[in-house]
Design a protein around this ligand. Sequence first.
Ligand SMILES: *Cc1c(COP(=O)(O)O)cnc(C)c1O
Length: 400
Amino acid sequence: MSLAHGRHYLAIPGPSVMPDRVLQAMHRPAPNIYFGELADMTESIVTDLKTVAQTKHNVAIYICNGHGTWEASLANTVAPGERILVLATGRFGFGWAETAARMGIIVETIDFGKRSTLDPDRVRDALNADTEKQIKAILVTQVDTATSIRNDIAAVRAVVDDADHPALLMADCVASMGCDRFEMDAWGVDVAITASQKGLMTPPGLGFVFFNDKAEAVQKSLKVTSNYWDWQPRAYPEELYQYFHGTSPTHHIFGLRAALDILVHEEGMEAAWARHATLARAIWAACEAWGSTGSLELNVPNPALRSHAVTALRIGSPDGTRLRDWLSENAGVTLGIGLGMAAPGDDAWHGFFRIAHMGHVNAHMVLGVLGTIEAGFTALDIPHGKGALEAAAAICARNP
Ligand SMILES: *Cc1c(COP(=O)(O)O)cnc(C)c1O
């Protein structure tokens, strides 16, 4: 007998849980792609996406995943042979760097490790060393989903301004947008990227590249931009097909419209960020209590540097895998695997897991996941401290 029957909770950092309203909105025959509802809806989505990113500037929408936005953002800003600086705090930072390298861009990567944020002094040194101002863009991941480190993007802007460096500041917000506070214009971000399947609660398949006037001017100065990635017609379409450089992602648009209704119009960004912050603190409180005995440990020691959308944990091999397997077989919960922490063939790989708490997630879901982890620890005889669930409940109870 298994206790897993019932609604499954996919608690992995993307794809995230989709609201029933998003699913229902997509369940329809193909719509007219020339005019009418779909066209109006696409315009309204552009407006709401800008609210999510807190920008007055532009957004280009692509039929792609987050990896596609890595390429799209670079294709419009950096030519082959030009230089960029990547600030890596986990696997995803390196992923964006690899994309750039494959595009013929010269990449300098600063690796800040897996457990802490970037060091502004090292960024300053790298920019000061670039006396001829050849670095065209600085790439930073707001939340690295592998390590769950959250970087202070405004602090990077301050360093760039201090160094009086003209490089574009580009932020990967795939894991964080809609979950962690992000203010593109106020923080001086020139290009921001995200995708549909995390904080935006929609199936994977849509990628978004936000860009300001400074980035737009850089794009116009490039000798060539690939026809497909060119953000100009997508941001300034004269016909509907130009939004997507071809057939619209029809059903995704209906789904995203429903998701943005929920996020932007019903809850609002401030409340959504606050909800994610409180639920994250409930998870950390439980993990700290468990970790008081035994080997469970939050990957990011400093709470101020932790993502509000995903929490990476260390527990020692093979208990990470044992726990994940137990939860999916017995409790109807799928936890995230450790990513980029150890090589997949290595024994140590089994010593990590992640809890996603991004998007359509509320107190009962988070407390449910924590309760089933507690059951898993007990069932598997994994040593753990007491009082985790009480600590998490207390955080939820204190929420105004
Ligand atoms: C998920 C993610 C990506 C990649 O997105 P895919 O849709 O899997 O291609 C990139 N960056 C970050 C920070 C992510 O969390």
